[in-house]
Design a protein around this ligand. Structure first.
Ligand code: FMN
Length: 164
């Protein structure tokens, strides 16, 4: 039987945690893999794709992956980000991800905050173009938390019910 794939990109582990929660909540045959470990896409009928927002956008590795998803395939997207929940800067990234996967059928999106290391905050805070979200990002220090992970599970259950 065709499987569901939960594919993620994660540098510091936040998105991986959310991907694990998504995968736990899915019923039936599924696989959890880092994007760089995914081989052929033919074996899957449904993709969850997760990424961290980088420079207000989608990391390159995730861009290429989204573009490869076969037309008509069901897809759900999730992201983690340092900026506040619902903020324009993080919302735009997931909207862009949906555009990249435009040939697919997007069934839902989810995002939550994810902490940055003190070192990353300090480093990124030095560039004026990052100032707006870096100021917000300090308060992401406890995320993803248990509530975020429960919401991610609920997202996965709802989307899977929609997928039929
Ligand atoms: C190089 C870099 C750029 C980032 N750019 C943004 C950004 O533009 N907007 C934002 O909200 N968060 C940004 N973040 C924060 C990450 O999206 C956030 O910490 C995320 O949860 C990291 O996920 P990961 O642990 O799976 O790598 C950035 C982090 C790094 C390291």
């Amino acid at each position: 039987m065709a499987k569901t794939l939960v594919a993620y990109f994660s540098v510091t582990g936040n998105t991986r945690k959310v991907a694990e929660a998504v995968s736990e909540a899915i019923r039936g045959d599924r696989e959890l893999r880092a994007i760089r470990e995914v081989g052929t896409l033919d074996a899957y009928k449904f993709f969850f794709v997760g990424f961290p927002v980088h420079a207000h956008s989608v990391p390159l590795e995730v861009e290429s992956f989204l573009k490869k998803i076969p037309a008509g395939t069901k897809v759900a997207l999730f992201s983690t980000h340092g900026s506040l929940q619902g903020h324009r800067l993080s919302g735009e990234a997931i909207e862009y991800a949906a555009v990249l996967a435009a040939r697919a059928k997007i069934l839902g999106t989810f995002s939550c905050r994810g902490k940055l290391s003190a070192k990353a905050l300090e480093f990124l805070g030095r560039s004026p173009e990052h100032a707006e979200w870096v100021d917000m990002a300090a308060s992401a220090a406890t995320h993803p938390d248990l509530h975020d992970l429960e919401e991610a599970r609920e997202f996965a259950r709802l989307v899977q019910a929609k997928a039929g």
